[in-house]
Design a protein around this ligand. Sequence first.
Ligand code: FE2
Length: 162
Amino acid sequence: MTSSHDGAKLPFVVEWRDGFRTGIDTIDRQHLHLFALVRALDLHSVDHTVDALLNYVVTHFTDEQALMEQSGYPAFEQHLQLHEDFAAHVADFMGAGDAWTQERVHELRRFLNKWLISHIMTHDMRFGKWYAVHCGPDGLPAAPDSAGAGLVARLFGGRKQR
Ligand SMILES: [Fe+2]
């Protein structure tokens, strides 16, 4: 396959795709914004753009985690750990304190794109699917099949009645 870009010199630009959608509107809008912030990373404004990006990552993780916790997502703890691992990696990278160079900006961008795509496609998507089944579009518990079935479930702890 040929490309008009030289892979080794690509500035690691990733455009948002519909395939990244988890189906949870708030999360998707925040992911879209994250991709835009990663795209905006460049050497000339790196101090400002890195600050804006990391602040937004914190906002996004906080919101996503709150949604998971409030909805009773069973894999919440594991997901929290993934966010913490990410934060530790970024803190290490930033803590190295090396002067910004084009290569270092690219390295950060490459890591962020790779992490974001893999995290969204695997773990956020898993949450999106779980959320769609267990919560309604407004974040409320999914409506029972019928009022009667809901009543039975509430009275008998979900055991099917014959
Ligand atoms: Fe996440």
